[in-house]
Design a protein around this ligand. Sequence first.
Ligand SMILES: Nc1ncnc2c1ncn2[C@@H]1O[C@H](COP(=O)(O)OP(=O)(O)OP(=O)(O)O)[C@@H](O)[C@H]1O
Length: 224
Amino acid sequence: MIELRNVAYSYGGAELFSDLSLSLTPGSFHFLTGPSGAGKTTLLKLCYGELTATSGDVLLFGEDKRQMTRDGVAMARRRIGVVHQDCQFLDHLPVAENIALPMTAAGRQSEVGDDLNDLMAWVGLTNQAAQLPPQLSGGERQRAALARAVITSPDVIIADEPTGNVDWEMSQRLLTLLVELNKMGKAVLIATHDLNLIRAAKAQVQARVLRLRNRKLQAAGADL
Ligand SMILES: Nc1ncnc2c1ncn2[C@@H]1O[C@H](COP(=O)(O)OP(=O)(O)OP(=O)(O)O)[C@@H](O)[C@H]1O
């Protein structure tokens, strides 16, 4: 569904990474690890079409990103649920409306119903539904961001440190949600420093663990 072929990226100075290839196929589950500053967030942005590779090819659902129109990229991005590291919300809208926003924006308002309530219950935000985002804690914001990313049932879910601010029990709940979606055929890519989360996931799903380091993407060793 998303493919990077021999991709390099630079913000203008030295290349952050080069000759990097990655394929997110239906039902695949990937973790991305690596030192701070190695380029994990940048790699995720290439995967969801936010950035354009300096060289190499990025295919979004079979189409070459460079050949796609803005509308084409926007359409492709609707099929990708993204949890950003710095979860941003519309601060004047209640949490429930923020989570439902991707459905509203896609004209699917009528489909929002029990799913929203179930999702909010799963991420433990039922009592916060009417609150405004600035009233949420860091962990609550992350849970809301994950709920918002998956409410449209996207084909691909890309999450940048989705459990950085939540306790272990909640991170297990969020992981279970991602594993269940993966079992339905969604491709999942998670950037994380949390090795315990990776170990817990590997007990539930066939996950590939990749490490971005020294400008290269490699399979992580058995030390995980
Ligand atoms: N918009 C930008 N312009 C210039 N440099 C940038 C930009 N965004 C990121 N960088 C630099 O690119 C490098 C990789 O950043 P990136 O956020 O992709 O790393 P990361 O592996 O996700 O780090 P972390 O684990 O700390 O989140 C860093 O040195 C960062 O300072």
